[in-house]
Ligand binder design. Structure first.
Ligand code: HEM
Length: 267
């Protein structure tokens, strides 16, 4: 007797009902928002072609042997961004007044402003983190020989970034205008004064007069929150452009391996 076809299994004919959290085919608000985001980016890209630049910057080949030490530069950059963001919030409350106003505004930030102690702490500790990271990053590039041709200019830009980072630390230290800030700044300005040729002019410029005064505080504040952050941001841009253009250096042990291979193939 011919076999009858097996009865259809209902679950194979119909798609199963959506499980909790699963889409049933209809567009969800989150998907709609994502679509809107994509079309905004497309709209901008059609008019600027910026995606090409972003792709050139982000999608690069990295040498064999790239390791965690290569993240120190980006870590320094994020420390700088942390300083910039927290610094903007501190500037909303800080007053550069030498008659006690500066100290009072810092006390107010720490004790009374909502999350003030946290933001101030992030800025204060972030400053030390940035200084430590910039030195570690410099040590990485030095020990990996990344300062050599064709990256000398990036090393020089790096030295400028290092100096500017130190200037940020020095000028920021005076801003609470307490005893410690006052005496530390006297020491720092005097040390600058011992430098050859420009030393005495530099300390006159920093002091903005014969002694530390209200003029010194406003000068340090201008240097700390406008001049130097702007220079650092511009130099980081140039630094990263050169990193993307030249690529990063392979670790020395990979280079040594390659040289040995070359010698063996020539022999
Ligand atoms: C604000 C400070 C700085 C930032 C944000 C920064 C950022 C970066 C980043 C993101 C990279 C690529 C990834 C990496 O190798 O880590 C890099 C590479 C490099 N940086 Fe810096 N950097 C800073 C300071 C310095 C200093 C102080 C020096 C040396 C004096 C320096 C010299 C270099 C060199 C030579 C390279 C190329 C590395 C290679 O080709 O392997 N940078 N930097």
């Amino acid at each position: 007797m011919p076999k009858l076809p097996a009865p259809p299994i209902p679950s194979l004919l119909k798609s199963p009902p959506p499980r909790p959290g699963e889409s049933n085919g209809a567009v969800t608000p989150a998907e709609e928002a994502m679509e809107a985001g994509v079309s905004v980016v497309d709209w901008i890209d059609e008019r600027t072609s910026l995606s090409g630049a972003a792709r050139w910057m982000m999608f690069r080949k990295v040498p064999k042997g790239t390791n965690w030490f290569y993240t120190l530069g980006s870590a320094t950059m994020f420390a700088f961004l942390n300083q910039a963001v927290t610094g903007v919030f501190l500037a909303m409350y800080y007053r550069p007044e030498a008659n006690g106003g500066a100290y009072e505004s810092v006390r107010h930030i720490t004790n009374e402003v909502f999350l003030g102690a946290l933001v101030r702490g992030m800025h204060k500790w972030g400053a030390s983190v940035m200084v430590a990271l910039v030195f570690l990053h410099m040590a990485r590039t030095f020990f990996f020989g990344a300062y050599k041709y064709p990256r000398e200019l990036n090393w020089v830009i790096g030295v400028a970034l290092l100096i500017l980072t130190m200037v940020m630390g020095f000028t920021g230290y005076l801003l609470p205008f307490d005893e410690r800030a006052y005496w530390a700044t006297i020491v720092g300005v005097n040390i600058n004064g011992t430098g050859p040729l420009i030393g005495p002019y530099l300390s006159d410029f920093l002091r903005a007069g014969p002694e530390i005064s209200a003029a010194t505080l406003t000068r340090f504040y201008a240097i700390h929150m406008m001049i130097v952050p702007g220079l650092i941001a511009a130099l980081i841009g140039a630094h990263l452009y050169l990193v993307a253009k030249l690529g990063t250096t392979a670790p020395p042990w990979i280079k040594a391996e390659k040289k040995a291979q070359l010698r063996r193939s020539e022999a």
